[in-house]
Design a protein. Structure first.
Length: 526
């Protein structure tokens, strides 16, 4: 009897245990089934983002300046390698650095990512070897030109834009990321699986610039030669089509600075005598002077408001035409007294000085143009000579383009076109006049004044035997931070209209603090 009782107890225990197992299994499969299935999927599958190729950046002729290339990263799973010597030899023939594999073997590592990126054709011969894992990656490739790099910008190691057009036009260039679901082994490495799926990324748009890559290269080389030969601190060259506002070249050079932006857009300077033609245009436009009008130039020395103004070309009197031709400080101040402070301010404001032009480059400077109520007693004369006002090289080229095209200030642009991946044009730049700043007649008259500057004035070195050039030179004293104007430090500049009798290009050359005996804009920048 006791034995039967013990057997019954044991049977009851096993029945209860079986019921508990069934209940637990039911709970796992029914109640917690979805949760456990999700855990299993997470262990065996993973979903990740697929980077979209960034859009290309092309020059005006369609030459590639920036592109995204699909490259391959190579990794080795050492436990999967059956013949180490054979794999090392295969890597060597594929020109893949195998030293890292030897190091990994010595340190008994299971997985090693090899340095460098390779094209698919480079590593095709090793793609089927056991233990070799290839992963496609996108690499951003830039043109070699330093100036182009400053325009287009760059990305960080994670593919985020840092500066230039890469940053300013990121929403157009970056595209839309895709998604991928892959199986993975116990070590987390990806495996082919019929249950995987891929949502392909969409590449970014192609951006076509107004920059002419050939002209850009010429400007960079010539600027580098000028900066080196004249021992200057740096310089800028800007070339613009005055009839469209297209920026054709944008070159900057700074000695001793390994990284710097497009200083033609970001660093304003006092333009000096290159501002005088706009004073002449305002006088003519408002009927305050004719080019034949004459003023007293005081034999080259004038004391005004406690300061002394001097001329390099000393004379008793000069006409307005000769004031521009010989770049007379005294003459432009005497003529400029016919304009009120408000008229002077509005003349420069309407030319776009003191405000950003809106080009798609980060850190574009506005320059400096103060309201008349903020002027000192010297400002009214200083601003006529190109002091107490600061402009960027791009602003100055844009203003001169109004002289070249008949009097309209055009909106400058750097982007010519934006295209989708299938070639559809999403945006095309159009010539847009911001405002008329002088009549066509006045613009033509000022062009003639600038022709005389090159023919027989302060910029004869810009004269060409085959084509006429119109232009104006400038030589401005330079300031040092918290130290005022520094003796012997100058900015030399020249703005040229080419050809002079029918301008198709406006070119600015600016050199910062040239040394070696010559510093006048008409001597070196022209």
């Amino acid at each position: 009897m006791k034995t039967r009782k013990r057997v019954a107890i044991v049977h009851a225990f096993f029945v209860l245990f079986a019921i508990a197992l069934v209940a637990r299994a039911a709970k796992v499969q029914v109640v917690e089934g979805k949760d456990w299935a999700a855990r299993a999927r997470r262990q065996h599958y993973f979903a990740g983002a697929l980077s979209a190729p960034r859009g290309e950046i092309l020059d005006a002729s369609g030459n590639t300046l920036v592109e995204s290339r699909e490259m391959t990263r190579v990794a080795v799973a050492l436990p999967e390698v059956r013949d180490t010597a054979f794999v090392l030899k295969a890597l060597h023939h594929a020109r893949v650095d195998a030293d890292a594999v030897r190091t990994a073997i010595a340190h008994r590592r299971r997985w090693i990512d090899l340095p460098g990126l390779y094209t698919a054709s480079d590593v095709a011969s090793i793609s089927k070897l056991n233990g070799i894992h290839l992963t496609p990656v996108l690499q951003r490739v830039y043109a070699n030109s330093g100036g182009i790099k400053r325009i287009v910008g760059s990305l960080d190691g994670q593919g985020n834009p840092l500066d230039g057009l890469e940053l300013a036009l990121d929403t157009l260039l970056r595209g839309d990321s895709g998604r991928v679901r892959l199986a993975r082994d116990k070590d987390g490495r990806p495996l082919d699986s019929p249950d995987g799926w891929t949502d392909q990324p969409k590449a970014g748009s192609t951006v076509v610039l107004t920059i002419n890559n050939t002209l850009q290269g010429i400007c960079e080389r010539e600027l580098s030669v000028a900066v080196d030969s004249l021992h200057a601190d740096g310089g800028d060259i800007v070339v613009m089509n005055p009839h469209t506002g297209e920026i054709l070249a944008l070159a900057s050079n700074r000695v001793g600075r390994t990284t710097f932006s497009n200083t033609a857009v970001t660093e304003p300077f006092e333009p000096g005598s290159t501002l005088k033609p706009f004073v002449a245009a305002a006088l003519l436009e408002k009927g305050r002077a004719r080019i034949t009008d004459v003023v007293d130039t005081h034999n080259g020395t004038l004391e005004l408001d406690g300061r002394v103004i001097t001329d390099m070309h000393k004379s008793k009197s000069l006409s307005l035409a000769d004031v521009i031709r010989f770049s007379s400080n005294i003459g432009i101040v005497e003529f400029g007294q016919r304009l009120t402070p408000r008229q002077k301010y509005e003349t420069f404001r309407d030319l776009g000085f003191g405000m950003p032009l809106g080009v798609p480059l980060p850190a574009e400077a506005s320059g400096t143009l103060r309201e008349p109520k903020q002027w000192s007693k010297e400002t009214s004369a200083s601003i006529l000579m190109g002091y107490e006002i600061a402009v960027t090289p791009l602003q100055l080229v844009t203003a001169y383009s109004a002289i070249a095209n008949g009097g309209e200030l055009l909106e400058p642009h750097l982007v010519k076109e934006v295209r989708s991946t299938d070639g559809k044009v999403l945006y095309r730049a159009e010539t847009r006049a911001v405002r008329r700043v002088m009549s066509g007649e006045v613009a033509r008259t000022v062009q003639q004044l600038l022709l005389a500057v090159v023919r027989e004035g302060t910029a004869t070195k810009a004269d060409l035997a085959t084509f006429e050039v119109a232009g104006k030179s400038g030589t401005a004293r330079r300031t040092s931070q918290n130290a005022g104007y520094v003796a012997g430090n100058y900015t030399a500049s020249f703005v040229g209209l080419f050809p002079g009798n029918d301008p198709q290009y406006v070119v600015l050359v600016k050199l910062d603090n040239p040394r070696g005996g010559h510093y006048a804009g008409g001597d070196i920048a022209a």
